[in-house]
Design a protein around this ligand. Sequence first.
Ligand code: NAD
Length: 342
Amino acid sequence: MVITEMGDYGHEQVTYISDPEVGLEAIVAIHDTTLGPSLGGTRLRPYPSEEAALTDVLRLSQAMTYKAAAAHLDLGGGKAVIIADPSDKTDEMMRAYGRGVDWLGGRYITSVDMNTGVEDMEVIAEATDHVVGREDGLGDPSPVTATGVFSGIKACCEATYGTESLDGRSFVIQGIGKVGRDLATSLAEAGASVTVSDIDADKVATFADTHGLDTVGPDAVYDEPCDVFAPCAIGGVLNDDTIPRLACDIVAGGANNVLEDRSHATDLMERGILYAPDYVINGGGLITVATEAENGTMADAIEQAEAIGDRLAKMIKSAEEESITVLEAADRYAMARIEQAE
Ligand code: NAD
């Protein structure tokens, strides 16, 4: 069953790590190392079954291959899952997991993800060098992610309106978290009119008051007329229900897995809405950990994130020329990098 699923996704290697004494059950999936060692976070979740964990890690690691290639990084795609309840996480478990990562000899570099943080990376680092997202590393990647999204938005505006100027453009930002708030302030500073939304009503009210922004409710967010809708909260927000409601020209934001299904990219195109593929425009986070892995500086990471707009512009152009979605153009761009390296 594992080998069949590996074949379906095109994985190079899947490693199971078990240490019953410390309650460790982990799966590391290395999707493709053509461009370089695979890099991706370790997600810790109480999966309902081993099969569910396997499917998740295969899907996530494949996505990392595309994300790294599209971010112009010499890295491959990998990801790991630890099947455990967050309350059962111990240092012994993380150390044992670190030894498992070390056995892979650098083919997989790990980092933070859902329910794993900087403190866990420090424990893992006791057992392996192949870990980033550390205390003495580059820190929270969110500001760099927001920088990349800002750069990508300018490229989308240039393609749609013939100018990358944001002065007077209207934005609706869904989610005022680590990425959304930095994006909101950068857009406002550039002269845009910004409306913010969040399920945390107090948080969004305080943020809007502080920065003099408008707000819209979490459900009404899809109907709010604007030039650019920037999803910066959770995945799956664009689907059969919400796409017909959108009153924008562009969708470009930091959230992962914005589309409930790939086919929704076509639905957006048919509605005349330019969709910036999430894995391209939010690549700043991966760029930051990759820069840390190469002992680079925050300035290096920001410089690379600022180049996201130029790459996205090329993808938008080839999508127009070939009458395909920008998502397909992005996939082709990523695949072309891998095929060239091969
Ligand atoms: P965060 O947890 O700091 O913020 C998310 C915000 O969204 C919170 O304020 C939360 O209240 C709000 N939210 C949740 N559900 C919502 C809903 N249904 N409607 C409106 N608001 C809602 O997260 P973040 O680090 O800012 O990341 C945001 C998104 O960007 C996530 O999808 C994340 O996977 C993605 N992303 C983040 C980074 C990064 O560097 N932080 C990098 C790449 C991708």
